[in-house]
Design a protein around this ligand. Structure first.
Ligand SMILES: NC(=O)c1ccc[n+]([C@@H]2O[C@H](COP(=O)([O-])OP(=O)(O)OC[C@H]3O[C@@H](n4cnc5c(N)ncnc54)[C@H](O)[C@@H]3O)[C@@H](O)[C@H]2O)c1
Length: 360
């Protein structure tokens, strides 16, 4: 095998997800973890010692000027995106890898897309659940035609919008061959999470019309149904596709199941969301895309943009009422607009665990 280039990486924000990224870049021989940046010097020193990284700085721009990375990776809270994207572009990196959600407003997502496209920088957004064996099994069943013609794709989660919605949107889009969304219509309730680090309505639900005629149904938050097969609250997500001859669905913490035209009764199998299993192929695909422009990363920024747009379209629908045609242009920041009109009535929760998590 020919020798491959080793790509230099800078990771910013060594919290939970930053440490995952840093560790798995470091473990992959295609990458050199060349520097890390964090705002708290003590935590940064601790992370650097743990990872065996020499170059650190509390200033991501200064660190990137020094390192000149191929990959600029950041894993900060959702409120910090566009500025770090700009630092990543200025660093000369060929790829920026960052955490979901890609932005907190459509205006910001549009700016990010414009800035990275015009600089010719690839982007990857961490919707890495799709690497789970159970997620891939559902994709394989749908793709094989075993459930007939797909007419509906769906996803629900008890987690709140900025935490989880773009995961759901990304995977239903995948199960629906990435068909573009034409319009959306939604409704929301509950103000408790508007001031969270991941600001969100407590409950958001809506419909999507995809260009291929398939219906998307999405909901997340306090009002979303339980997934009783799964114990861990954050993994109570169900995502799947229904067709003319059956269905196939994944439970984030509980494997997959299907009814198909090929087999009698319900077929099922194992799988549980697991960073240790999902991160290595996610990181490996970054090297593949850097090596070869045609090997587009499954979690590419354009896919994230399309899922994010569905979410922002639903918020616009709540504010403006009725159906919202996509693609979206710039507009009033959706979460600010939502905060002005969302009624004070507490959200109605679907389970006791949801009531606790939404303090209602
Ligand atoms: N893909 C997934 O499965 C998944 C799972 C959990 C979280 N996330 C996402 O990852 C992101 C980070 O979440 P986390 O759980 O790692 O959070 P965290 O709090 O553990 O880490 C956040 C990091 O950002 C740094 N930071 C905070 N404010 C900063 C600032 N103003 N300037 C520079 N650095 C700053 C913190 O010091 C910390 O290092 C969020 O967007 C979250 O939604 C994704």
């Amino acid at each position: 095998m020919a020798d491959h280039k080793v790509y230099k990486v800078v990771v910013v924000g060594p919290g939970k997800r930053g440490m995952h990224h840093a560790k798995f870049f470091k473990n992959n021989p295609r990458f050199e973890l060349a520097g890390i940046s964090g705002r708290d010097p003590e935590k940064l020193a601790k992370a650097a010692a743990e990872l065996g990284v020499k170059r650190t700085s509390t200033d991501p721009a200064a660190l990137s000027r020094e390192v000149e990375p191929d990959v600029f990776c950041f894993c900060t809270p959702p409120g910090l995106r566009l500025n770090l994207i700009r630092i990543g572009i200025q660093s000369g990196a060929r790829l920026i890898a960052y955490e979901k959600p890609m932005a907190t407003s459509m205006n910001e997502a549009i700016e990010i897309r414009k800035a990275t496209e015009s600089a010719g920088v690839k982007t990857v957004v961490s919707h890495q659940h799709r690497y789970g064996q159970h997620y891939r099994k559902v994709k394989a069943i749908v793709e094989s035609g075993a459930i007939g013609r797909v007419h509906t794709v769906y996803g629900h989660s008890v987690g709140w919008m900025l935490q989880i919605f773009t995961h759901l949107a990304d995977y239903i889009r995948w199960y629906n061959d990435n068909s573009p969304a034409e319009w959306v219509m939604g409704q929301a309730a509950g103000r408790a999470k508007l001031t969270d680090s991941h600001p969100s309505p407590d409950y958001l639900a809506g419909f999507v019309q995809f260009a291929n005629g398939v219906r998307g149904v999405l909901e997340c938050g306090a009002g979303a149904p339980d997934v009783p097969e799964v114990d861990y609250w954050w993994r109570k997500n169900r995502i799947g596709a229904q067709g003319t001859e059956g269905f196939a669905e994944v439970l984030t913490g509980g494997g997959w199941r299907a009814v198909t035209r090929n087999e009698k009764g319900v077929v099922s199998g194992e799988g549980c969301m697991n960073y240790d299993l999902d991160m290595p192929p996610y990181i490996e695909d970054i090297a593949r895309w850097l090596d070869d422009d045609r090997a587009v990363h499954p979690c590419n920024g354009e896919s994230a943009y399309q899922g994010f747009e569905i979410m922002m379209g639903l918020l616009r629908s709540v504010v403006q009422r009725g159906q919202i045609a996509l693609p979206l242009g710039p507009g009033e920041p959706e979460l600010e607009a939502l905060a002005k009109i969302l009624p004070p009535a507490p959200v109605l929760s679907s389970t006791e665990a949801n009531r606790k998590n939404y303090r209602t």
